[in-house]
Design a protein around this ligand. Structure first.
Ligand SMILES: Nc1ncnc2c1ncn2[C@@H]1O[C@H](COP(=O)(O)OP(=O)(O)O)[C@@H](O)[C@H]1O
Ligand SMILES: [Mg+2]
Length: 277
């Protein structure tokens, strides 16, 4: 794992027990991530897959230190950030950004698009934000016209592009994307995945892509990590894992990828009708 841009060793995360009605200081904590090892190299794209509740988001949030781990270590570019204080993290956040599943929830409804995208720059004390914000919007495929609009005035795909623009505005080395295409229709999903591929190439980004959808990983990532019940159960190159999954759970996940529903022959036959209509 040496030379990794970001690496986690024996990472454990515990939450206060939700079932407890009254949060006593001694409330028992429930461990939901049990000793995860993870590494990503500069410029690499790694898929983190597993069914809902398997701990993908928890691992991701611990990796970028939105959560403080209960055990283990997180090292970003040689700096141990496992228990780094907020000022240290603020400095590093420009280099590791996150795009969230639900852009409507992660964008402030009362802020213009420009203000949302500028937020990471403002957070690190930059005053001249106009040029980098417009550049990030353009890179994310958004017209400068949208800069003065509000999140509710945009389509779902456009809002997710705003999330991406905000994540790239500081020119980070690493982006964690958590289920960012899950709420979008298939055509918009394909456009967003295409954008991520382009950004990786142009900006040399390392990308951790969390998804429950293995077919997305196949088009975007070189490596895949499979999670189940708070543990990493399989890991390897996408080609190898998809061709010969070792863990029975991975085999089940792969079997669950829906086959394309389009029947080409039927489409050809249907086309003249469509023209006539
Ligand atoms: N803030 C929290 N407090 C208590 N339990 C949580 C919290 N966040 C997640 N969990 C629990 O941790 C487990 C893993 O959740 P999560 O990381 O969100 O899974 P995934 O992203 O794979 O769906 C689940 O059992 C979930 O209920
Ligand atoms: Mg999740």
């Amino acid at each position: 794992m040496s030379g990794a841009l970001l690496r986690a060793e024996a990472l454990r995360v515990a939450f206060a027990d939700r079932a407890r009605k009254r949060p006593f200081r001694s409330a028992p904590r429930v461990e939901v991530l049990h000793g995860g090892d993870f590494a990503i190299h500069a410029g690499e794209a790694v898929g983190i897959v597993g069914e809902s509740g398997s701990g993908k988001t928890t691992l991701g949030r611990a990796l970028v230190r939105l959560l403080e781990p209960a055990g283990g270590r997180v090292v970003f570019d040689g700096t141990d950030i496992t228990h780094a204080p907020e000022p240290t993290l603020r400095g590093l956040r420009a280099r590791m950004q996150m795009v969230f599943q639900n852009p409507l929830a992660s964008l402030n409804p009362r802020r213009t698009i420009a203000a949302s995208v500028a937020a990471p720059l403002v957070a690190r004390g930059e005053r001249a934000v106009r040029a980098p914000v417009l550049a990030a919007l353009e890179r994310a495929g958004l017209s400068a016209v949208l800069a003065g609009r509000y999140p509710h005035q945009l389509s779902g795909g456009q809002r997710q592009r705003v999330g991406i623009a905000r994540a790239i505005v500081t020119r980070p080395d690493f982006i964690l994307a958590d289920e960012i295409v899950s709420g979008l229709d298939v055509a918009t999903q394909a456009q967003i995945l295409d954008l991520l591929r382009t950004l990786r190439r142009e900006m040399g980004l390392a990308l951790a892509f969390i998804t429950h959808d293995l077919s997305v990983v196949r088009v975007l990532c070189e490596r895949v990590v499979v999670m189940r019940q708070g543990a990493i159960v399989e890991e390897g190159g996408c080609a190898a894992v998809f061709a010969a999954p070792r863990h029975p759970y991975t085999r089940r996940l792969l079997a669950a990828i829906p086959l394309p529903e389009v029947d080409d022959a039927w489409l050809d036959a249907a086309e003249p009708d469509a023209d006539a209509a």
